[in-house]
Design a protein around this ligand. Structure first.
Ligand code: ATP
Length: 563
């Protein structure tokens, strides 16, 4: 059994390591060392996750609960903890200092006991599981008690990591890229095979366990499973139709529907729906569930499509309307009547026990069309095979006239590549590109806005390290009503509060428009946005969808080419 102390020690070493190859080696050693039972847990822990991203389990610990637990464990007031947070700017350091202060006189701080019983990784995980499962009245107290137990049973070098993990902000610079390479190194499986298995299962813990137990063959045989979402294939922007055609040649052209992505799993009459964030939204869309049951003749299938909220003329409604449907937990039937949906299916990844990912798009498409009966709530729309730019322009204009976003230009021979944003799917739309950035901080307002959070700090993502790199702030594009709603949403996610500034757990994605991307020394990303404004709060997207630093760079260069 591995102690949490050993895990913390490794974290500490990783934290002070800057080269990613060295980090990969350290993580690989850790993965090799732990027991089989600990392996999936440690794989998530080291990325600052407690459960796989798509799991319905969530720890649900914010600043309030954490400060309270620390105050109680240290025998201090919550205001003292807040003071420490202001002083250190870091929740781990706060935990360390708070508990160190009292450690001398407290028998509970186990490192100061000669024969301390080391906390094990499994024990920490079990407590976190307990915390995630406490709900309803009294859950706050139960969560605090569990955290208190952990703080009081651990040594000074551990408390910081417990505190950081509890808010899922480990910050040692390890992200999916490093863990993928570490699994590859530790268990001798090529990195791209680890990556593919990850995209299909969405669970690096599972991939690590499989690699350890069965090596390369077992990882290769990890595949699709009904009712477990796979990552969605994504599209790149193409600057022009000509550029797209020179990349693809004869292309499969479809409308780019203006709605939100849905992945559909059908197993007999059992239908499950996932959003682009891989959240299960089956209960919110009973009309779509019914339509799939009635109109998809396959016994089992995994399908991909775009759900569009339509008005009385069949035109797409505002994006927020579709999100209203996705988020709805009660009165779902009446909301379904108020905001009807149509599901446009455009791909199929699995049919009657057979994985279709590697079939060319045109063949997948034929199978899709053959098993769907088009109707008012579900359909497979037209796909045109052409290399004529004028024809594509015509399709593009038709799509815009119908209120949709533009066209998708796809490589007809391409496989379905889960989680990839490659050249096999290109998108062309008229509007200025927007960026999806994650909110990492905010500021309490002034004057009449003192009670609301505004001026949101935004960040892009570095997939190798898992870190979020600041790109500036957005303070325009919000209605008063929206600011109030957002304040409510963010108050659950505050990690550190100091003066009027708050640090926010990276979870909420803002789609932001801007005039230009500029180079900047003011922000860690090296980039800043000129005149950013909020377009939408993208609750259909998750932190995995946040623009990467590479993508920002690419857009910066593309913009320079245009000018
Ligand atoms: P955007 O904000 O432009 O929708 P995105 O970041 O949500 O982009 P992209 O991968 O850039 O996602 O664009 C593809 C998205 O377009 C898909 O996620 C899907 O939701 C939507 N879409 C609409 N029609 C189609 C189609 N025919 N084929 C594939 N995707 C489509």
């Amino acid at each position: 059994m591995t102690s949490f102390r050993e895990f913390s020690q490794t974290c500490k070493v990783i934290e002070s390591t800057s080269g990613s190859l060295d980090m990969v080696s350290l993580v690989a050693e850790l993965l090799e060392k732990v027991t089989p039972e600990e392996l999936p847990i440690v794989t998530h822990f080291v990325m600052g996750e407690i459960f796989p991203a798509w799991s319905s389990e969530e720890i649900g610990v914010g600043a309030g609960i954490l400060y309270n637990a620390l105050a109680k464990s240290a025998g201090l007031a919550v205001s003292d903890i807040k003071g420490l947070v202001r002083e250190t700017g870091d929740i781990g350091e706060t935990a360390f200092r708070a508990l160190k202060k009292v450690a001398g006189g407290q028998a509970t701080f186990s490192s100061f006991l000669e024969e301390s019983n080391d906390l094990s990784i499994l024990e920490v995980f079990d407590r976190f599981k307990d915390i995630s499962r406490s709900s309803g009245k009294g859950s706050q107290t139960a969560k605090i008690k569990n955290l208190q137990y952990l703080f009081n049973s651990s040594s000074p070098e551990e408390v910081g990591y417990i505190a950081r993990l509890a808010v899922e902000e480990l910050r040692i610079g390890v992200g999916e890229g490093i863990v993928r390479d570490a699994i590859s190194k530790a268990f001798d499986v090529p990195s791209d095979e680890v990556e593919r298995a990850f995209m299909l299962t969405n669970d690096l813990g599972l991939v690590a366990t499989t690699a350890r137990n069965g090596g390369r063959d077992a990882v290769l045989s990890l595949g699709l499973e009904l009712n477990r979402p796979i990552r969605m294939m994504l599209a790149q922007i193409t600057p022009s139709l000509d550029a797209a055609l020179s990349d693809i040649g004869i292309a499969a052209v479809e409308w780019k529907f203006d709605g939100a992505r849905v992945q559909i799993h059908k197993e007999g009459d059992n239908v499950t729906l996932f959003t682009r964030r891989l959240e299960n939204i089956t209960d919110s869309l009973p009309d779509i569930v019914e339509a799939v049951r009635e109109n998809v003749s396959a016994e089992s299938a995994i399908l991909d499509g775009e759900a569009v909220a339509i008005d009385e003329n069949g035109r797409p409604r505002a994006f927020q309307d579709i999100l209203k449907r996705f988020r709805r937990k009660y009165d779902v039937q009446s909301t379904a009547r108020e905001i009807p949906l149509i599901l446009n299916l455009f791909d199929i990844m699995y049919l009657n026990g057979e994985e279709l990912l590697d079939l060319p798009l045109t063949q997948r498409r034929a199978k899709l069309a053959a098993c769907v009966k088009n109707g008012n709530e579900i359909r497979v729309d037209a796909q045109y095979l052409t290399d004529n730019p004028e024809k594509i322009l015509e399709i593009y204009n038709d799509a815009l006239k119908a209120g949709h976003e533009g066209v998708m230009i796809k490589n007809p021979d391409s496989p379905y590549s889960p989680g990839k944003r490659g050249k096999n799917w290109l998108k062309k739309k008229p509007v200025m590109e927007t960026l999806d950035l994650v909110v990492i901080g905010a500021e309490w307002g002034y004057g009449r806005r003192t009670s609301v959070l505004g001026s949101y700090a935004l960040a892009c993502h570095d997939p190798d390290t898992g870190r979020f790199l600041p790109v500036g702030r957005v303070a325009t594009g919000f209605s008063d009503e929206q600011l109030v709603e957002l304040t409510e949403l963010f108050s659950e996610l505050i990690i550190v509060e100091s003066g009027t500034e708050v640090e926010i757990k990276p979870e909420v994605i803002f789609e932001v428009a801007f005039e230009e991307i500029q180079k900047s020394v003011n922000y860690e990303s090296g980039y800043a946005l000129r005149f950013p404004r909020l377009v939408n709060v993208r609750s259909d997207k998750s932190v995995e969808d946040v623009e990467t630093i590479g993508r920002l760079e690419e857009m910066y260069l593309m913009q320079r080419e245009r000018n």
